[in-house]
Design a protein. Structure first.
Ligand code: WT7
Length: 651
């Protein structure tokens, strides 16, 4: 469970209540009635699904062969048709879909009709390059409009996309391309980050010799002449070349509701990332509905989700949720502090953003930078705030409420996962009385419980494992090519209940409070990183014999990574070696997985059966007296570790 004890304690003592403002309540999209409607989940989800366009209506809302769900059985639907064609027939044709701001300052405004045309043209280009229904396409791109076009073009022709976050390393990209057996890669010459150009195509070139299934690569020209981008004849194509002259209409593929819409890799508790499989009809219904009610969506809103499209938050609440609802949204390419720490606030002022959805780690940075940055801007367009990705400490919640929301905006703290596809636990704005730090209640038509070791629900006031008790439309259907792992990871611990991997508390009023992961997953700045993945990257270095990785509390990131490393005989634990190991992890996984601290030790605390006791490492790192050490094979290692940790920390 999370070691952030300070946060935990303040969280559990939090008593402040924030009822929805009266004016908000009067005009809210959700009323308490929808909780009643949600008591019949199938009827509720069928009602909202009917608001989408179906080529053929389903015969059956849900077929539940635990743990395998099929939603809207027999229904035929297309994601791109619902995000685009459905709007352009009416008054939304010339409505702005995306207001894009590049980091260097350029701006592009893209209407629904513009997006429709570009998606159709690119869909035809993909077909011409040989992509067929059900072929996987990997996308490795920064936050530029072409990533939206690329995803929707894939959806249009029924080719599942697999987006790999642009901050991942080339090796991480290779692993994901090969697992997906992708036929085509869509990437970019380079992207901007804090003024620097990140050459993504060049990175991809490092590994494209080891990706046997890739037949072609499409490259978007983003930075142009700043980089000399090598293009291999017969394999690499510029995006602008393949779309020029492409036909402007591409008939959308009629997909079965249960056909795969996309794959998204996420960290699990072993070193190998899991390919989370999302299908079409249920996923679209789940994100369409949650976007509408949780963000209180009105046609005149300007929505801004600050996540990267490379994560599930971007898939569900930049691509599919907002576009299915016909919303106008802001998309920003770069860093929050570039060129200055007021960048986000200037974007909100300039584009009159009304709904802001971001992560606690960003809020904690803003708190640290001070309120002077936001006070220079007019943020009065904001009417609703959201947060996601990790527990928010009550003080950060209240700061967000006070300084960003000017005490007038409800805050929706939304709990969900790559696997859930859609938000599950959340307040409903205009309905729920919010408690800072609590994710409130299950969204209508979904079910959650906090259970003890035996799977029995805890009494109000108790804590335990967070489980989900009912199938929901956007749930993952399986792990790609690994059904066994799907069953074992989510459905084996408590029969009939989905294991989230999070600890939670249920308070006396029935509100849920997330306490953090109970497995070997770390949340660094809201990003999910498995200890095993970082450990594998470390032992892959020739000097390393063994490694154990834990999460340690971090003021801004929530958690940071600490690595305990045993070097091979003859290797020296120098500061240079620390740097080398950090660089190695960066190369294997990417910057987000680089350990904050690397500590060289000669032993690790292990059980007699050889399992590393990370719990004891966490005790050492947080300066706590070690918990139960009776199962330790060599109790003496604790003293050595403690001494090493403290002396190296002091350096
Ligand atoms: C894990 C899932 C879902 C979008 C981004 C993360 C943590 C997520 C909250 C929240 C406390 C949260 C959980 C969860 N988490 N939202 N509002 N409060 N914790 O997706 O990378 O799949 O991570 O993020 O630990 O299991 P993900």
């Amino acid at each position: 469970m999370s070691d952030n004890n300070e946060t935990l304690e303040s969280l559990l003592q939090e008593k402040r209540l924030f009822p929805p403002p009266e004016s908000f309540k009067r005009a809210a999209v959700a009323t308490s009635e929808i909780y009643k409607e949600g008591e019949d989940p199938e009827a509720f989800w069928a009602r909202t699904a009917s608001e989408l366009h179906w080529f053929e209506r389903w015969d059956k809302v849900l077929e539940w062969n635990l743990p395998f769900a099929k939603w809207f059985v027999g229904g035929k639907i297309n994601a791109s048709y619902n995000c685009l064609d459905r709007h352009i027939g009416g008054p939304s044709r010339d409505k702005t879909a995306i207001i894009w701001e590049g980091e260097p300052g350029e701006q592009r405004t893209i209407t629904y009709f513009d997006l429709y045309r570009e998606v159709n043209a690119f869909a035809n280009a993909l077909k011409k390059l040989g992509v067929k229904k059900s072929d996987r396409v990997t996308i490795y791109m920064p936050m530029i409009p072409e990533i939206v076009i690329a995803m929707l073009a894939c959806a249009r022709i029924g080719a599942p996309h697999s987006v790999v976050f642009g901050g991942f390393s080339a090796e991480a990209l290779r692993e994901r391309i090969n697992d997906a057996e992708a036929k085509l890669l869509i990437t970019v010459d380079g992207g901007y980050r804090r003024g620097k150009v990140i050459p993504l195509k060049q990175s991809a070139d490092e590994i494209l010799k080891d990706t046997p299934t890739i037949e072609s690569v499409v490259v978007v020209r983003r930075v142009g002449d700043i980089l000399r981008t090598a293009m291999r004849q017969g394999r690499d194509y510029w995006y602008h070349d393949v779309v020029s002259g492409a036909e402007e209409y591409c008939k959308p593929e009629q997909m079965d509701a249960e056909d795969m819409l996309f794959l998204l890799y996420s960290s699990g508790t072993t070193g190998k990332p899991k390919g989370v499989v999302h299908t079409t009809g249920g996923y679209l219904t789940g994100v369409y509905t949650t976007f509408k009610y949780i963000f209180d969506y009105k046609p005149e809103d300007v929505f801004w989700c600050t996540a990267d499209v490379g994560w599930i938050t971007g898939h569900s609440y930049i691509i599919y949720g907002p576009l299915l609802n016909g919303a106008t949204q802001v998309m920003y390419e770069g860093a929050p502090d570039y060129p200055g720490r007021g960048r986000w606030w200037s974007i909100i002022e300039k584009h009159k953003v009304s709904i802001l959805y971001t992560a606690p780690t960003a809020i904690r940075s803003f708190i640290k930078w001070g309120t002077a940055w936001l006070e220079q801007y007019d943020l009065s367009s904001l009417r609703l705030l959201g947060t996601v990705g990790e527990p928010i400490n009550p003080e950060a919640w209240v700061w967000y409420y006070k300084y960003v929301g000017n005490e007038g905006c409800p805050i929706v703290d939304t709990w969900w996962q790559t696997e859930t596809g859609q938000v599950i636990l959340t307040p409903l704005p205009g309905v729920t009385v919010c408690k800072p730090g609590s994710v409130a209640h299950p969204f209508p038509g979904t079910g959650a419980e906090v259970v003890d070791e035996h799977g029995n629900p805890v009494k109000p006031g108790g804590s335990g494992y967070l489980v989900l008790t009912k199938p929901w439309p956007a749930m993952l259907r399986t792990l790609y090519k690994d059904e066994q792992r799907y069953i074992e990871t989510y459905w084996s611990r408590f029969p009939g209940k989905y294991l989230t991997g999070d600890g939670a508390k249920l308070d006396e009023d029935g509100y849920f409070w997330i306490l953090g992961r109970v497995d070997d997953i770390i949340k660094v700045a809201g990003h999910r990183i498995s200890t095993a993945e970082v450990e594998s990257a470390l032992v892959d270095h020739q000097a390393v014999a063994e490694a154990a990785v834990i999460g340690i509390p971090h003021e801004i990131k929530g958690e940071a990574i600490a690595a305990f490393v045993i070097l091979k005989e003859g290797q020296e634990g120098t500061p240079q070696m620390q740097q080398e190991l950090r660089a190695h992890v960066r190369k294997k996984i990417g910057p987000i997985a680089v350990p904050e601290t690397v500590i060289f030790v000669s032993e690790l605390p292990k059980t007699r059966s050889g399992k590393i006791m990370r719990r004891l490492l966490r005790d050492i790192a947080s300066g706590r007296a070690p918990g139960d050490v009776s199962t330790l094979a060599e109790p003496a290692v604790m003293a050595e570790l403690k001494q090493k940790y403290e002396s190296q920390e002091a350096e």
